[in-house]
Design a protein. Sequence first.
Length: 214
Amino acid sequence: MKNIITISREYCSGGHTIGQLLAKELNIPFYDKEIIDMTAQQSGLSADYIKNNEQNLSSGWLYTLLLGASYASPGSSSFNPNNHLQNTPLADQVFNAQRKVIVDLAKKGPCVIVGRCSDYILKHSDEIDKKDLLNVFIYAPIEDKVKRGIEEKRLDPSKAEKEIKLVDKRRANHYNTFTERTWGNRSHYDLLLNSSLLGLEGSAKLIAEIAKKL
């Protein structure tokens, strides 16, 4: 059985709810927003800061270009061994703290983890048995996402489609930057599922059935 399941999802595709239903179906812990508080404790940053900035694009390699001499190699006149920690971008600090939290949660045992590059993190962690891991990507047609966004997230009907696409773009930028892979690329996941086909509850039940058989 695959008992460590990551849920990557498009905005308003219902991925969060599917993850909750899946965890209930399998009777295992569910983690999404809880990771924010855990990351805050791990990093020393505030939970509000992490909530507002965890998916903002500010990668280490982009930041390195801006810092220039601050990241100079040892032996250069501008090298200072303390600069690396001092100048580590906050986005990198958040990602590294989240990575440790996610790995620690998976090490504890069966669970469902939503988002935050958890598929990539766990797939590349030497501390996790890959035989236990199932990486899922949830998507849906834009018209269904707009409908859900308006009804459930109270999005402005005139701006809903634009906002949904913007959030998905931010998620893609964040994922692509920190993993050097392409968000939503089918080769990175074990299962891609259109949540509109079976609905949220049906999708959760299908994933549970697949997880039990693998």
